[in-house]
Design a protein around this ligand. Structure first.
Ligand code: IMP
Ligand code: MG
Length: 190
């Protein structure tokens, strides 16, 4: 328990069990940023964040990439506040700039069944990018439905538990936590 995490009232919630501290996340995100900096040295990089969950990861990751780059966002619906995947993926917000000829990394918070990401990749493949890769902070391989999904940059693999914090939510709550925690029991949003 660090003093940094104590100031969050959510921390007193006995339903939260810390999986990765803010320090552990920072260290891992810095490693990913270094790797991407190496891999994309002579490329025209665009980071495409998948809203809303990837917003925290994307904003930390891009500051660890020492290259000229641009960012854009897409929003897709998947879970709709439920804690099981519906398999329904709908584009709610599209890119604002074309990605033709660009080197794109789709930035996700977590890959679970893989349905969201595979639908998104299918769509983005039709847009003429020079390359298309995936970075996710978390990979939860156990419930994967789309088996051949390639994740190029992964922060951490996690067990089949529902996690919140650092952008990840349960019914839109907990995104602001600086750490990642397992939500032990489903709760209604207050
Ligand atoms: P998938 O389509 O099942 O891979 O789910 C991807 C999306 O579901 C993620 O981008 C998250 O928004 C959400 N999701 C999956 N697992 C979790 C979790 O453990 N906590 C919070 N959101 C999750
Ligand atoms: Mg998401």
């Amino acid at each position: 328990m660090t003093t940094e995490t104590k100031k969050y009232t959510e921390f007193t919630n006995p339903n939260l069990e810390i999986l990765f501290t803010a320090e552990q996340i920072k260290e891992r995100v810095a490693q990913l940023g270094k790797q991407i900096t190496k891999d994309y040295a002579d490329k025209d990089l665009v980071l495409v964040g998948v809203l809303k969950g990837s917003c925290v990861f994307l904003s930390d990751l891009m500051r660890e990439i020492d290259l000229k780059l641009s960012i854009d966002f897409m929003a897709v619906s998947s879970y709709k506040d439920a804690q099981v995947s519906s398999g329904d993926v709908e584009i709610l917000k599209d890119l604002t700039h074309p990605i033709r000829g660009k080197d794109v990394i789709v930035v996700e918070d977590i890959v679970d069944t893989g349905l969201t990401l595979s639908h998104l990749l299918e769509l983005l493949k039709t847009r003429g990018a020079n390359s298309l890769k995936v970075a996710t902070l978390l990979d939860k391989p156990e419930p994967r439905v789309v088996k051949n999904l390639k994740i190029d940059y992964c922060g951490f693999q996690i067990p089949n538990k529902f996690v919140v914090g650092y952008g990840l939510d349960a019914a839109n709550r907990y995104r602001n936590l600086p750490f990642i925690a397992v939500l032990k029991e489903a709760q209604s949003a207050e």
